[in-house]
Design a protein around this ligand. Sequence first.
Ligand SMILES: [Zn+2]
Length: 249
Amino acid sequence: MKWLLILVLLVGWFDTQSYAVTVLLDPGHGGSDMGAKMFYAYVDKYGRKRNLHVLEKDLSLIFAKKIQQKLKKQGVVVHLSRSYDHEISLDARAALAQKLKADIFISIHMNASTNRTSRGFETFYLDNHNDVAVKKVEDIENVGLTGDQLIIKQIITDLIVERTAKASKSLAESVHAGIKKKTHKSFNLKDRGIKPGLFYVLAMAKRPGILLEVSFLSNPKELKKVLTSEFQEAYSKAVAAGVISYLRK
Ligand SMILES: [Zn+2]
């Protein structure tokens, strides 16, 4: 009986132990930069036809806040690069990571494509590569960069990549596996895989970082899915579980 009590106490301790790390969650876009935009047509409970304007900047914030809540429960210190709808440059987001001495940087985005059948979730980590398909996504998420930033981008990225690529990839694997476990079957979310990418915000943040594309707003079925609290909860829990599993490694 005494041993059982000790065991229960130990499990409880492991369950609530805090992690000496700081995570910076970065909800993509904000303010006049809305990210992907989509209309969601539905019929309300009074039978009236409604048209909801869905914006990536709003959803990225919803997911970031939910992930923050889940991680905080696990004793992780979590900050958001923005906690309401306002514009914040990629440089300011990266500078915040430096200021907070964040150990991990996670940028959250929603995907969109001109092909309405494109679907699924994907995880990017900072790395060098020449993949054309990935380049397209990078261009969307790197929007707002000007001349000088583009020139220094390559130089800085090369140095940072060397230092953080291994940890970024490991973080990507843990988080991606967490998402797959909780959404692949239960929400029929297609696994598009883990991909290397050169994202300015990840490079400038100068720490292990990943960029999540939750799913495609341009796909009507996925749009409906991401608007449900069931999916938002499951996805956020999955990301938090993935981060915890990375920290335990
Ligand atoms: Zn985005």
